[in-house]
Design a protein around this ligand. Structure first.
Ligand SMILES: [Cu+2]
Length: 159
């Protein structure tokens, strides 16, 4: 089961890389955390690399009414998340959107987000000159227990 899951993930990433190259931003291993019934928000995560300096300024998805770019910060010894205007992508540098750090927040979900589904996301990037470009991706939904490394934590196997 876990081997199959990894292969499916690998194939999806490979496809996404080939479509993203045109926009000069490579999106690797995107995923969205599954929700339970009545939960109205969740996070989307991925790795971004841009050939030239740019910023992730906006994200949209048909599954949520509002989509925001968030970061996690320490405030009075409590981890809190807040909306930020952009995530900077320095040229050629990998930037990770992951639990506990930058993430895309899907708010006011129209329906429960279930494992096995794909969530369409449109990412908008803006370069220093104000020129915008978009990248459309499909982010597979992973179980609630998925950790910061993007892997399900249901099995105890360590590498
Ligand atoms: Cu958030």
């Amino acid at each position: 089961m876990s081997t199959l899951f990894k292969w499916v993930g690998f194939t999806a990433s490979a496809l996404l890389i080939s479509t993203a190259v045109q926009a000069q931003v490579v999106v690797e291993d995107p995923w969205v955390r599954a929700t339970v019934p009545q939960q109205n928000a969740t996070g989307a995560f991925m790795r971004l690399t841009s050939e030239t300096a740019t910023s992730l300024v906006q994200a949209d998805s048909p599954v949520a009414k509002h989509v925001e770019v968030h970061e996690m910060v320490m405030e009075n010894n409590v981890m809190k998340m807040r909306e930020i205007p952009a995530v900077a992508l320095p040229a050629g540098q990998l930037v990770e959107l992951k639990p506990g750090s930058y993430h895309i927040m899907l708010l006011d979900l129209h329906a429960q987000v279930k494992e096995g589904e794909n969530v369409p996301l449109t990412l908008t990037f803006e370069d220093a000159g104000g020129k915008r470009s978009t990248v459309d991706i499909q982010a597979p939904v992973r179980p609630l227990a998925t950790g910061a490394d993007g892997k399900a934590q249901s099995h105890g196997h360590k590498h």
